[in-house]
Every structure is written in C-alpha cells, then in structure tokens.
Ligand binder design. Structure first.
Ligand SMILES: NC(=O)C1=CN([C@@H]2O[C@H](COP(=O)(O)OP(=O)(O)OC[C@H]3O[C@@H](n4cnc5c(N)ncnc54)[C@H](OP(=O)(O)O)[C@@H]3O)[C@@H](O)[C@H]2O)C=CC1
Ligand SMILES: O=C1OC[C@@H](O)[C@H](O)[C@H]1O
Length: 366
C-alpha cells in the first residue's frame, strides 16, 4: 500500500504553483508506487487568493481547503507536513510557527537568511521529533545522484582538482521585487547562490576523502546592487584540504549563466560538465581525455529528461518516505548540510560587510 502524505501548502506565489502541480501528478507516471501525495489545504494571507490558487492549479481535485491565514493551516489536524514557500526573510518565523504547531516542514531554499536562525530551527525540530528540510529540489534529481556516483564511486575522472559552479539570471531590476528588496532577503547569494553552492557540496563536501569537513579556506567577493545594496554578483572560492580541491561558486542577478557550462568538475582523467540550469539540470557530460597523443577525447552525454512539468516531485517523494519511516532528517539532503551552507554564507557576507536589515536578522529567544 502506498503511503499517503497529507500536505499543506503555505503561500500562493510562483514556486507554490509549480510544487502544487507536481504534487498532484500521479506518482506512477515517474515509476513511484510506494508514496502518494494528498494536498489537504492551501493557505494564503488572503482566503480569496487561496481559493483562486486551488481553482486555477488544482486540476479539478475536490476537497482541498482554502485558508486565509497560515496559522489556520497550521491548526488543521489533517495537515501532516507543511511546504513553506514565502519570501526568504519570512522562512524562519513561518517555519518555526509550523513546527510549534507540531507539523513537519519542507521549507523552500534558503531555509533562513543566516545560520543562527537555521540552527534554531534545526534544534527545535530535533528536540520535538519533527522533520525539517530545506527544499533544495536539485539534490533529489536522479541526475544529481548519478553525478555523485560517477565522481565518487566510479571515479570516472580520477582525482578531482578543481570545481566551478554557477547560477545566474538577469532579473528585472525592480527595487520592490523580492530579488532586490533587502527586507525580503534579496540578492544573488540566497536566491541563486544556493544552487551553485549545492553542486560544490556534492563534488567537494561529499567527496569521500573530505569526510564532511568544512573547507580550510573561504574567500568571497561581492559586488552590491547600486539600487538597494543587495549582493548583485558574488564569487566564493573555497579550498578543501583532504581531497585537495579548489572550488569557485558564482551567482548573479544581473547576468545570465552561460548555457554550455554551469558546473565543471576537473580531474586527472577528464571532466564532468553540467551544461543546463544548475537548478533544474537535464544532462551532464563526461569527457575523458585521450590517453595517446593526438587522440580524441571520449565524450558521453547522460540525459535525464524530467517525467513531468517541473521535477519538484522527487523532493516531495523523499519527504514522504522520510515521514512514513519516522525520519526527521533526510539522507540525501540532511539539515547539517543546510547549517554548513548558511555558515558559509554568513562568512561570505561578513568578509564583504553585507548585512540584511535588523528586522530580518533577528533570532527569537529560545
Ligand atoms: N525551488 C525553486 O526552484 C524555487 C524556489 N523559490 C523559493 O521560494 C520562495 C518564494 O519564491 P517565489 O514563489 O518566487 O516568490 P513569490 O513572490 O512569487 O511568492 C511568495 C509568496 O509568499 C507570500 N508572502 C508572504 N509574506 C510575503 C511578503 N512579505 N511579501 C510578499 N509575499 C509574501 C505570498 O503569498 P500569499 O499572498 O498567498 O500569502 C507570495 O505570493 C523563495 O524563498 C525562493 O527562494 C522560488 C522560486 C523557485
Ligand atoms: O530557486 C530559484 O530558482 C529559479 C529562480 O528563477 C528563482 O528566482 C529562484 O528562487
């Protein structure tokens, strides 16, 4: 019997629409038979918005409740796990409120805007035996798992020496948008930098010789947006002692990533390239250098088409299995990796004197 996971969706913005559509897809269409997803309720700050969202994107599914406040959804005993998709700066308070109501939580990336908030959420969830995960959906793509296997198990490119990863989008320069607004945690680092960072985590942090150690050196540069002062373009270089790798992660909200190489992992024998979006990857390429002078490289393209609209369902399936199995931390993307990510991001901002407004950098007393 498939386990039925009972979801509550919090907020009705862009990514919530995508998540909702993916949740409503029949899991057997992607070969999944052990879990299914039931959307119990949707909450918005306006009940009309929640109703409209259900009508527009609910694929005719009946019985989904519409709430006009997040608190009402948290109070619903039928909701088992909450998907939080509000702007970054509100993740901490909204997630804490959900946890305090006894709900498991999948919160969109970034989990919080700083590591102090992330540590608070992680310790609250742990001490109350509740599931908590940052929604870095990319980590659950079969492609990402195969990428790690090729690098770390099959060691197809031998010893890894250098890793570069990028995600950049040219966003419309609107100071009121969440991308530019400091009060909503705007800037490249928290919005798209998370993805560049996650590929570096997969290649370096999860390298078997690294044994989950922190990098021994972190250096970062930030170019601030003249309009609002958020980080417009950010570069993070890290040195990983034991696997002996140097990595560079880049992100920007004023230029687009190149479409031919977003991630490049270079090793003794060749390189692995992810050419499409580092958020929603579709293929990776393994290039093995010629062993004889004048020989040709051997190039293998590994295609991973998404069996559905977006690919957020893989992350949802993982959450469902964790909850079914009584796990509070996911194995593929454990909360410890989020804490590490947030600690590095704090350091990146510290080195560059970038602070979010005090209204959003707070930590509740606990
Ligand atoms: N995994 C992925 O690929 C993606 C993840 N994200 C993440 O999801 C989160 C939401 O992003 P996105 O959906 O693009 O954002 P949107 O601006 O489209 O939606 C955010 C929603 O949050 C609610 N909200 C609550 N408080 C506020 C506030 N103070 N100001 C504005 N909206 C508020 C609103 O819903 P309501 O009015 O119904 O309460 C709003 O529609 C971000 O943290 C982002 O990082 C975003 C895009 C892609
Ligand atoms: O997570 C994301 O991925 C896609 C981007 O367009 C979006 O701004 C970001 O939040």
């Amino acid at each position: 019997m498939a386990y039925v996971t009972r979801w509550g969706i919090v907020a009705t913005g862009w990514i919530s629409q995508h998540f909702f559509v993916d949740l409503l897809l029949d899991p057997t269409s992607r070969g999944v038979t052990d879990v299914v997803h039931k959307v119990v309720a949707v909450a918005s700050r306006s009940v009309q918005k929640a109703e409209k969202f259900i009508t527009e994107f609910g694929n005719g599914v009946q019985g989904i409740k519409a709430y006009g406040s997040y608190a009402d959804l948290f109070a619903d005993p039928e909701v088992e796990v909450v998907y939080v998709a509000t702007p970054h700066s509100t993740h901490y308070a909204v997630t804490l409120q959900a946890l305090k109501a006894g709900k498991h939580v999948l919160c969109e990336k970034p989990l919080t805007i700083n590591s102090a908030q992330a540590h608070h959420l992680a310790s609250y969830a742990k001490s109350h035996n509740l599931f908590l995960m940052e929604g870095v959906w990319t980590r659950f793509f079969p492609l990402s798992l195969e990428f790690q296997k090729k690098l770390h198990v099959e060691k197809v490119i031998g010893d890894i020496h250098r890793v570069t990863a990028d995600l950049s989008y040219k966003f419309i320069s609107d100071p009121k948008s969440r991308i530019y607004d400091p009060l909503l945690g705007g800037g490249a680092l928290l919005d798209v930098g998370v993805y560049a960072f996650t590929w570096i985590q997969m290649a370096c942090f999860l390298h078997p010789s690294n044994k989950r150690a922190r990098p021994c050196d972190i250096r970062a540069s930030i170019l601030k947006a003249p309009s609002t002062g958020v980080d417009e373009s950010t570069v993070i270089t890290m040195v990983w002692d034991k696997p002996h790798i140097i990595s560079t992660g880049t992100c920007s909200i004023v230029v687009n990533s190149s479409d031919d190489c977003l991630v490049r992992v270079q090793g003794d024998l060749g390189e692995v390239i992810v050419p499409t979006s580092t958020a929603q990857p579709l293929k990776f390429i393994v290039k093995i250098f010629p062993t004889v002078e004048g020989g040709e490289p051997v190039i293998t393209v590994h295609d991973f088409p998404i069996p559905g609209p977006h690919g957020l369902f893989w992350e949802a399936d993982a959450v469902a299995r964790d909850i079914r199995d009584g796990k509070i931390v996911d194995d593929i993307y454990p909360i410890e990796e989020t804490l590490f990510e947030m600690e590095v991001f704090d350091e990146v901002r510290r080195q560059n004197g970038v602070k979010y407004p005090s209204e959003i950098e707070f930590v509740f007393e606990h």
